[in-house]
Design a protein around this ligand. Structure first.
Ligand code: GTR
Length: 407
């Protein structure tokens, strides 16, 4: 199915989750009954997801970081730390990641460490805030916004709401996806060609762009954790849309990430492939073949043969907290099938002794998000189409407040 003129189509119906591949059963049919069993099943699912959907990323590389600090940015609200993350084994002209980290000035003044929201951006770090201190990188000049050339400074300020995030006691870190892969569909650009010979999987399972962006987020985690101002176990990853798919994948495959917040991530993210009457495998592979391993395309038209689905990916986050945020009018991302995935993943949180979703999903709009109302797995909606704004960020931070100590 494709979008109509407004990008909208009727929402899909939900279907019983027992038609999904089971989570608490090994491939050989034996049951998963304990935490130890789950560790093994987790590895099995992770392997299947790499093999059939996202592809194999290389092992964590050795990184080299250099940082520059500027106090008093955002009208005095933040200290900006710009960190260049280079890959030790790669030649000097290979891509590197420029991570911008904004720390609340009051926390810096008091030598206090803060939890950090780490977001993957598509317009360049300089587009996330209106402040001349942020470097416009070469990658952002070349692959700026959604069109050629650099995006305007601050064009996404109302989207990331960085000052608001800081005012809530969180730091905000971000990197531009083009640093790792510009999403132009050319396998010769970005970081992937440098690792062609080091990928652990068989032919056809090489990492797609989503896995590369996720790997980039994990490199940011490498660089954030040693920072004194950062609470290493309180790093939350966030991304919207294609970046939400990458954020979920990053969080699912890296236990150092303390909280996972895929926003309107849709197909390839939280929405199930099975019975998805919005963006199907054929649609997404047809437009963005570079996002996935080549193996994924084979499931177009025979999704029931896929041994995993998005609930499998979500379950890898357990027992860590996961909040899936969705727009009630963002039909293309299929909020209904994202909620079904959340519900289907819940038994894994319960097996691991964490409180799952409770009875009241989805949470909507002004619904309270507090220790009384949420467990470790949440699906929250607002009455919007495809966008990120302060209302969603507040929901994510309310959820983070429940699970983190540091804000
Ligand atoms: C759409 C794609 C979605 C989503 C979106 C985006 O065209 O079909 O899966 O990723 O792009 O990233 O904005």
């Amino acid at each position: 199915m494709s979008r109509d003129a407004d990008g909208l189509a009727p929402p899909s119906r939900c279907r019983p989750t027992d038609e999904l591949p089971p989570l608490l059963e090994f491939r050989d049919g034996s049951p998963v009954e304990s935490t130890a069993d789950w560790r093994e099943r987790r590895d099995e699912l992770r392997e299947l997801l790499r093999h059939y959907v996202y592809g194999y990323a290389p092992e964590a590389p050795e990184i080299e970081t250099t940082s520059e600090r500027t106090a008093g940015v955002l009208d005095g609200a933040a200290t900006l730390v710009e960190t260049e993350i280079a890959f030790a084994a790669l030649p000097p002209d290979a891509p590197s990641i420029t991570m911008a980290t904004f720390l609340p000035s009051d926390a810096v003044d008091d030598d206090r460490s803060v939890p950090v929201l780490l977001g993957l951006n598509w317009g360049g770090n300089h587009a996330a805030v209106e402040d001349p201190a942020v470097t416009i990188t070469d990658a952002a000049r070349e692959h700026g916004g959604r069109e050629d050339g650099a995006a305007e400074r601050g064009v996404a300020a109302d989207y990331w709401c960085v000052e608001h995030v800081l005012s809530r006691g969180y730091g905000f870190a971000t990197y531009h996806l083009a640093d790792v892969d510009p999403d132009d569909g050319d396998p010769a650009t970005g970081v992937r060609p440098y690792y062609d010979d080091d990928l652990p999987g068989p032919l056809g399972t090489e990492w797609g762009t989503l896995a590369a962006w996720a790997w980039g987020l994990q490199r940011c985690v490498d660089a954030l954790r040693p920072m004194e101002a950062v609470r290493a176990d309180e790093i939350a990853v966030l991304g919207h849309s294609r970046c939400g798919k990458a954020a979920l994948l990053a969080g699912a495959t890296d236990e150092r990430i303390g909280l996972v917040a895929p926003h309107q991530s849709g197909t390839g993210g939280m929405a199930l492939d099975r019975d998805n009457d919005q963006e199907g495998i054929g649609d997404i592979i047809g437009t963005f073949p570079q996002w996935f391993a080549d193996t994924y395309a084979a499931f177009d038209g025979q999704v029931d043969r896929l041994p995993v689905d998005s609930h499998s990916l979500a379950a890898l986050v357990a027992p860590r907290p996961l909040i899936d945020t969705a727009g009630a009018r963002d039909y293309w991302t299929n909020p209904g099938r994202a909620l079904d995935a959340v519900r289907a993943a819940e038994p894994v949180w319960e097996l691991l002794g964490a409180e799952g979703v409770g009875d009241d999903l989805p949470l909507y709009g002004d619904d309270e998000i507090s220790e009384e109302t949420v467990g470790s797995l949440c699906h929250y909606r607002r009455e919007t189409a495809h966008t990120l704004d302060e209302g969603y960020l507040d929901a994510i931070l309310d959820f983070a407040d429940v699970h983190f100590d540091g804000a």
